[in-house]
Design a protein around this ligand. Structure first.
Ligand code: 13P
Ligand code: SF4
Length: 307
């Protein structure tokens, strides 16, 4: 029996589903029941009738699923699949920051631990961060965390001077900097530019004069745009795992990675073997304990309502 057949059999026996993020390795995406960005994964986890969810993604995504669906068993095939961005702020640091702005609303990107979400007022993803911030009364201070580049993008779009931004970054996206972008745009002047807001280039790349202005989009936003755009060539400034789905869905179009080395080591910890073992041994279960779960649910539900 092949590994894929083995997984299919175990999935049926366990009434399990596999959710994969858009950055997962190609074979993992191809096997999953659902592939999407952080927001889509959270929504799908909340609505599927399956009993067991295998999260082929990173740890905070499994925690988010557990917060939204406490009655389901959430498994992550490798508990070491963390996130360098989520690690840039601790609950103690957030409490100190909050003490300096006692009336501020805390907006946390979903790339944070459950403990950080529990100290937040709103969550957001890259696809709805602008909407969430626009929902907060104009006179209220906002503490936006942890991503500096996403925060800068939101500040520029919303023109909110009272939005304070944490200095965190994703090492994968930060490496897609102005220099990398300039080189790839110069080589491919006719390509459309799709930029994830976590990129180091986000605030400055738009100053590069490509033939068409760069579009700042989440991973699902890029997929949607590529499907509908009349362009035939795209420069993709995000983790390279997304190119698998872009190319699969648009075989007639050309997708060029802004940075060939933009590979998330955490997303790539997930493999078919580890998914099989997750189903076989019911490992590794991610369950957010009750007091934190109850508090972390509030900002997540607010986000889902706003978006
Ligand atoms: P998306 O919300 O666009 O899927 O991004 C998640 C992520 O981890 C980006 O690095
Ligand atoms: Fe975290 Fe960056 Fe990997 Fe996304 S790409 S999961 S932000 S380390």
């Amino acid at each position: 029996m092949t590994l894929i057949d083995e997984i299919a059999e175990l999935k049926e026996k366990e009434q399990a589903v596999i959710l994969a993020h858009n950055y997962e390795p190609g074979p993992v995406q191809d096997l999953a029941d659902f592939v999407g960005d952080s927001l889509a994964l959270a929504r799908w986890a909340a609505t599927t009738p399956a009993r067991i969810l295998v999260m082929a993604g990173v740890y905070f995504m499994a925690e988010t699923a557990s917060i939204l669906c406490p009655d389901k068993t959430v498994l992550i095939p490798d508990p070491e699949a963390g996130c360098s961005l989520a690690d840039t702020i601790t609950p103690e640091e957030l409490m100190t920051w909050k003490a300096n702005y006692p009336n501020a609303a805390v907006v946390s990107y979903v790339n944070t631990s459950a403990a950080i979400k529990a100290l937040s007022d709103y969550c957001c993803t890259s696809s709805n961060a602008v909407q969430v911030v626009q929902h907060i009364p104009a006179e209220q201070d906002i503490l936006f965390l942890p991503d500096f580049f996403l925060g800068s993008h939101v500040k520029r779009v919303t023109k909110r001077q009272n939005l304070h931004i944490w200095h965190g970054e994703c090492h994968v996206h930060a490496a897609i900097d102005n220099e990398a972008m300039t080189a790839v745009v110069e080589k491919n002047p006719d390509a459309e530019l799709l930029i994830h807001p976590e990129c180091g280039c986000t605030t400055r790349a738009l100053a590069i004069p490509p033939k068409t202005p760069g579009l700042v989009l989440s991973t699902d936003g890029m997929l949607l745009h590529a499907r509908t755009s009349v362009a035939s060539q795209f420069i993709v400034a995000t983790e390279v795992g997304l190119l698998h789905r872009l190319r699969k869905e648009n075989p007639d179009k050309t997708f060029i990675a802004a940075h060939d080395d933009a590979l998330c080591p955490y997303m790539n910890k997930i493999s078919l073997e580890k998914i099989r073992d997750a189903l076989l041994y019911h490992r590794y279960e991610v369950r957010v304990p009750s007091p934190i779960r109850d508090r972390a649910l509030i900002p997540l539900e607010r986000m889902v309502q706003i978006a």
